[in-house]
Design a protein around this ligand. Structure first.
Ligand code: AHR
Length: 504
């Protein structure tokens, strides 16, 4: 089976915002406690942060990490997480039916961000709380000393403002499960007034307003229209979330789901344009896709805790999806979609980063290891920076639940002019046929040479990287990709993910 692609230097989609490769950490399960933070772990630093996890995170070169939630943030008191540890209260977390010692708060999170080379994207509680706490929190984090909140921050160990630039105005406020859930009008008004107050403090802050929790919400996409009509000229991004599952165990339908993601992004891009026109605005609001991932493997195991049958445990195992090889293909397709829609998606956060639906798993007191999905995320984050190319793709396809004629080849291409490289991320969605791939490289000036070729494939779609067998799925250096003149050729085995890099 053949698939051909044309890549032309001048046919581009957009300069990719590096923030397409962000992540998310919530006070949920073991994401924080025994995830990034485990005093007493053999690799822990002086702040109690696990060094083995920090290294795996550092390697991912993540620009921003969203924190502290998630559903958790909608009943969170940020003040509980500052000041002397021994005086911090243990609180019940209403979102996940657990308790939180507050041993980690904004100071500890910020220091960890510095350790791993990332920056915080902070979420504000607009569920149980409102404008006043929002402005206090932002003043505490970014305000000067000589003021009440700045001086309190100094007393708590940090005189310099943290200078956090990126703020989320609540989380999934469209969701009935959310503490303090609101209608689009109620939320739109509150988000606008909060944005105005935050901008009165610092007009250069970057603000993210809540869009839909997923595209199956009954209020989607009317939610976005209403919220944006309230907030359009006061915010920078609208947030979208989407989780993917293969509960039906139908691989072809599962691997077509990024078609639905693409439609979701397209619909909200159109809604943004509609509101922009209606407002006669020259502002360009873009999308912050600040929660995305596969999430379903752990659902049954989590039920008892989420139903409240386990009391209020601290840092239990929750949402610990063990990702399999099939999920590598899914995550590869999702990331390709974000690259192809990088004209409007400026920020995207894999949800989450450690233990909770995460590319990294840890064992308390034991090792940390890479889940299968670590690899496509790593390759995209490290090598998917530059300009997204508008590829022409000619591939046979198949009809799936969510779309017809889904191409077997899912591909994106990135041109890094500074490095003089071209990088292609390709997934073969076919169960049994190899794709004979050819890519015409036009306008790049002279033949290039292949400098890297990584392949992920496995005979067992359901194999996962476990504590006992952490390297079951790992990338291998590929072979057989050749460049003749301006044509690159290669072979994509059935159900495979590949990254091909060309030095121009
Ligand atoms: O990431 C897990 C949860 O998914 C988040 O807390 C919430 O925002 C979403 O529903």
């Amino acid at each position: 089976m053949r698939a051909s692609v044309t890549a032309h230097r001048d046919f581009t989609i957009s300069r990719i915002d590096d923030r397409l490769y962000c992540a998310f950490l919530e006070h949920l399960g073991r994401a924080i406690y025994t995830g990034i933070y485990e005093p007493g772990h053999p690799t822990a630093d002086k702040n109690g942060m696990r060094g083995d996890v920090a290294q795996l995170v550092r390697d991912l070169r993540i620009p921003y990490v969203r924190y502290p939630g998630g559903n958790f943030v909608s009943a969170y008191n940020w003040e509980d997480g500052v000041g002397p540890r021994e005086q911090r209260p243990t609180r019940l977390d209403l979102a996940w039916h657990t308790s939180d010692s507050n041993a980690v708060g904004v100071h500890e999170f910020y220091d960890w961000c510095e350790t791993v080379g990332t920056k915080p994207m902070l979420a504000i509680n607009l569920g149980s709380r409102g404008l006043d706490e929002a402005r206090n929190f932002v003043e505490y984090v970014n305000g000067p000393t000589g003021s009440y909140w700045g001086d309190l921050r100094k007393k708590n160990g940090r005189a310099e403002p943290f200078d956090v630039r990126l703020w989320c105005l609540g989380n999934e406020m469209d969701g009935p499960w959310q503490v303090g859930h609101k209608t689009a009008d109620e939320y739109g008004r509150l988000a606008l007034e909060t944005a105005k107050a935050l901008r009165a403090f610092d007009k250069s802050l970057e603000l993210v307003v809540c869009g839909s929790s997923n595209s199956d919400m009954a209020t989607y996409p009317e939610w976005e229209r209403v919220v944006l009509e309230h907030t359009y000229d006061a915010v920078d991004h609208i947030s979208l979330h989407m989780y993917f599952n293969n509960r039906a165990n139908h691989t072809a339908n599962y691997l077509a789901l990024n078609e639905k993601l693409d439609r979701y992004i397209g619909t909200i891009a159109s809604t943004i344009s509609f509101v922009k026109a209606k407002k006669r605005s020259k502002r360009n609001v873009t999308i912050s896709f600040d929660e995305w991932n596969v999430w379903y493997h752990s659902n049954a195991a989590d039920r008892a805790t989420l139903d409240g049958n386990n009391g209020w445990p601290h840092a239990p195992r929750l949402l610990e999806d063990a990702y399999n090889f099939e999920d590598v293909l899914q995550v590869g397709c999702i990331l390709n979609t974000f690259i192809r829609r990088s004209d409007v998606v400026r920020i995207a956060c894999i949800a989450q980063l450690v233990n909770v639906i995460a590319p990294i798993l840890t064992e308390p007191g034991g090792p940390a290891w890479k889940q299968t999905i670590y690899f496509p995320y790593y390759f995209a984050s490290v090598f998917g920076r530059g300009t997204a190319l508008n590829l022409t793709v000619d591939s046979p396809g198949y009809d799936a639940d969510v779309a017809d004629n889904v191409p077997y080849l899912d591909v994106s291409g990135v041109h890094d002019e500074a490095a003089g490289t071209l990088t292609f991320f390709a997934v073969n969605r076919h169960a049994s046929e190899t794709l004979e791939l050819s890519i015409d490289l036009l306008g790049f000036g002279g033949p290039g040479r292949v400098i890297d070729h990584q392949v992920l494939t496995h005979a067992d779609l359901k194999v996962a990287n476990t504590l006992a067998n952490p390297d079951a799925v790992a990338p291998k250096t590929g072979s057989g990709v050749a460049i003749d003149g301006s044509k690159l050729t290669g072979r994509l085995p059935p159900y495979s993910y590949q990254m091909i890099r060309v030095q121009l």
